[in-house]
Design a protein around this ligand. Structure first.
Ligand SMILES: *Cc1c(COP(=O)(O)O)cnc(C)c1O
Length: 382
């Protein structure tokens, strides 16, 4: 029995050739594929700059560093996300706090944000950064969020790990129209893959420079950035403490090859979502709500059912070779964050969502037959 996962990569002959060509080229890392990938992402996203990383997690870390997040500062994010959206603050020694989700879109709720900010202002405890997450590939209400953040001088990072190719009010996610920095992930289950990899986009040259520096040991070869004057043509300076967070050319070759198929990947995901929307519409299931001004990249297709039905569905699908999943266990309920003082009951919308959510299979190479199998199995339970 072939198992069907909730998500998987779609790799074809052209991807394999691209990787093999790079393996026999002069550069396995720090070569032409990485710069090409960065340029292609700026085109796809209509951003001024793009910086490649070895993961979205390291990109998030460097984004926080570039925005000067330090011990004593606080970063706010949503509890319904992958832990990396919150952990990036902890890497910088900063505190994390959460804003509850909207019960219909499951994204960070702008009115909950405003309320929390007004309370924080009274206590003199405003966050330095808000990380919003375009959950499942559906853009957050960026206009509202940016308006609030700007009014309180708070920086915004878009964690768009799910949302390459998504559009908000007909703008591509990644153009940073309503944020300082946007982050993408190229992990195999995401919209396109470089096996492991991430990217940061921004329109602010200073942030781009800082992120690039942090991704490569804090080392610069640009004479403008160097502290001293050096005759030696080979000279480089380490001007801050950075990391080795670089993407390799082998990974970038795969990313470049995949990026060419972005719009067909999104179309395939849309087709699968449309089929679920139609086929499941008469069942007692809450289907994804997509706002009219959003085009979702449909990284995930999440349905909601009552708690008991969720377990029955999960088990029945699993017993028949369909591995669904739940995205996500609320971050504040992870033992690491509970030790920091968070507890059950802190974010009721997020916790209710978690009790009822189930992620169905959605990826470009999911066949019509496989999709039909999943739908029939769901109908058997409901
Ligand atoms: C996948 C994911 C990440 C981390 O991506 P990596 O490239 O694996 O580091 C961060 N945030 C969200 C929302 C994700 O889904």
């Amino acid at each position: 029995m072939n198992t069907i996962n909730y998500g998987r990569q779609t790799v074809d002959e052209s991807d394999i050739k691209a990787v093999l060509d790079t393996l026999t080229s002069d550069y396995l890392t720090q070569g032409p594929q990485v710069s090409l990938f960065e340029q292609s992402i700026t085109k796809t996203c209509s951003s001024q700059h793009a910086i490649a990383f070895n993961s979205a997690t390291s990109a998030l870390h460097c984004a926080c560093l570039a925005l000067d997040l330090k011990p004593g500062d606080t970063l706010w994010t949503t509890p319904i996300t992958f832990v990396a959206s919150a952990n990036c603050a902890r890497y910088c020694g900063a505190e994390v706090d959460f804003v509850d989700i909207d019960p219909d879109t499951y994204n960070l709720c702008p009115s909950a944000l405003l309320k929390k900010i007004q309370e924080a202002e009274k206590k003199g405890a405003l966050p330095k950064i808000i990380v919003v997450v375009h959950l499942c590939g559906q853009p957050c209400d960026m206009k509202k969020i940016s308006k609030i953040a700007t009014a309180y001088n708070i920086k915004v990072i878009e964690d768009a790990s799910h949302a390459l190719g998504a559009r908000y009010q007909n703008h591509p996610i990644g153009d940073c129209k309503y944020s300082d920095i946007t982050i993408f992930s190229f992990h195999p289950v995401k919209i396109i893959t470089s096996a492991e990899g991430g990217m940061a986009t921004t329109n602010q040259i200073e942030l781009a420079k800082k992120m690039r520096l942090a991704a490569s040991h804090g080392i610069t070869r640009s004479s403008e950035e160097m502290i001293g004057k050096h005759e030696e043509p080979w000279f480089y300076e380490q001007i801050s403490l950075g990391y080795n967070y670089r993407m390799s050319d082998i990974h970038a070759a795969l990313g470049n090859s995949q990026l060419k198929r972005l719009s067909s990947f999104i179309n395939e995901r849309q087709r699968i979502a449309d089929t679920y929307n139609t086929e499941l519409s008469t069942l007692p299931i809450k289907l994804p709500l997509i706002e009219p001004d959003c085009l979702s990249a449909y990284h995930l297709y999440v349905i909601r059912v009552d708690k008991q039905t969720r377990m029955a569905l999960y088990e029945h699908l699993k017993n028949n070779g369909v591995l669904t999943n739940v995205h996500y266990i609320p971050v504040h309920l992870q033992p690491y964050y509970k030790k920091l003082g968070f507890k059950k009951g802190d974010y009721p919308n997020a916790e209710k969502y978690y009790e009822e959510a189930l992620t169905l299979p959605i990826y470009p190479s999911l066949t019509k037959e496989q999709l039909n199998t999943v739908i029939q199995l769901i109908k058997q339970v409901l």
